[in-house]
Design a protein around this ligand. Structure first.
Ligand code: FES
Length: 333
């Protein structure tokens, strides 16, 4: 139960007394106050002697004596204040306490007219809807259900936006840095390339063999196209040979023989001049075209993130075709 304000109760009592004096009604016969106490007719101040109930009139006493013993005593008539048109003062005092809370003077005005303690004493503790509104305005308590759902939705939406932004950033940003496998390998000026026709140079970090041909440089992927073994360069045979199953490839990576299904894969090579790519390795469908002979000041860049698959062995120009003697050839030769 909300705590009663003694000032408000005193106002109610004084209003009741004023209305009773105007209408000639006994205040003690009115309903007890709202605070749940026994009321002025049943409760006395400490040290004050309780007045006995008034003696009934002789006629009324006679009637009472003649009435059946079981008949209950006549209850006092309801207060005429509620039935008759109430005086203006009584109407003002009987207004809803919530309205009084809403029309209470602002704290600033109260402080300007008196102390803060007096203002607090004058103010009635809000109850019901007024208490909820005051709590919401002052933010003294936690959030309600609607606010919680709003914050939860806002948080989920923000998290989804953040994840989408991170995914877009990872897609747009290169995943491999320069100089690591999967990224680009700047090899410097073209004058530093190995001479044409000599043994290839291995780059274990980039996992490619660098060769130089009349058509330009090539970067051969170090993994065999059969089952993924690392093949080796055999200078004595002037070819690449796989130690696992014996597949063989020539210096340009073309298939010669063995179980490998195709020629060696190659990485894309860019020839850069003045910051611009002027030529690069091209996939021609049935063959892989080298970028051509670069100028001495051009820069060579191998992009290990772009691998071009070797062509099927049936298209290899290095397949050793078995000799089939013709009708004019001497079979005994
Ligand atoms: Fe190279 Fe089989 S893995 S020939």
């Amino acid at each position: 139960m909300a705590e009663s304000n003694p000032v408000w109760l005193d106002r109610v009592k004084r209003a009741q007394q004023a209305a009773a004096e105007r209408l000639g009604v006994d205040v003690s016969a009115m309903d007890p106050p709202r605070d749940g106490s026994a009321g002025p007719s049943q409760e006395a101040a400490p040290g004050q002697e309780v007045a006995p109930p008034p003696e009934p009139e002789p006629a009324a006493a006679a009637v009472a004596s003649e009435a059946p013993a079981a008949a209950p005593p006549e209850q006092p008539a309801p207060a005429p204040v509620a039935e008759a048109a109430p005086p203006e003062a009584a109407v003002v005092e009987q207004e809803d306490p919530l309205q009084e809370v809403a029309t209470a003077p602002p704290p600033s005005l109260v402080q300007s007219n008196g102390s803060a303690a007096a203002a607090a004493a004058e103010r009635v503790a809000p109850v019901g809807r007024a208490a909820v509104l005051e709590t919401f305005e002052e933010g003294q308590e936690g959030i309600n259900r609607r606010e919680f759902l709003t914050y939860a939705w806002a948080g989920a939406l923000g998290l989804l936006t953040l994840e989408s932004g991170l995914a877009t950033y990872q897609f747009m940003y290169p995943r491999f840095r320069e100089g690591e496998f999967g990224g680009k390998f700047p090899l410097g000026a073209a004058s530093a390339l190995p001479r044409i026709g000599i043994d290839p140079e291995g780059n274990t970090t980039g996992k490619f063999w660098l060769i130089n041909t009349d058509e330009g440089p090539r970067a051969l992927y170090m993994v065999c196209t059969h089952l993924g073994c690392l093949y080796k360069w055999e200078p004595s045979n002037n070819r690449f040979e796989c130690p696992c199953h014996g597949s063989k490839f020539n210096l340009e990576g073309h298939y010669i023989e063995g179980p490998a299904p195709r020629s060696l894969d190659q990485f894309l090579i860019e020839i850069v001049q003045g910051g611009t790519v002027v030529a690069q390795t091209e996939d021609m469908g049935e063959s892989i075209s080298a970028p051509g002979t670069p100028g001495p000041d051009a820069e060579i860049v191998v992009d290990t993130g772009k691998r071009i698959q070797g062509k099927p062995k049936a298209l290899s120009p290095a397949v050793e075709v078995a000799f089939v003697p013709g009708p004019d050839d001497d079979a005994t030769a």
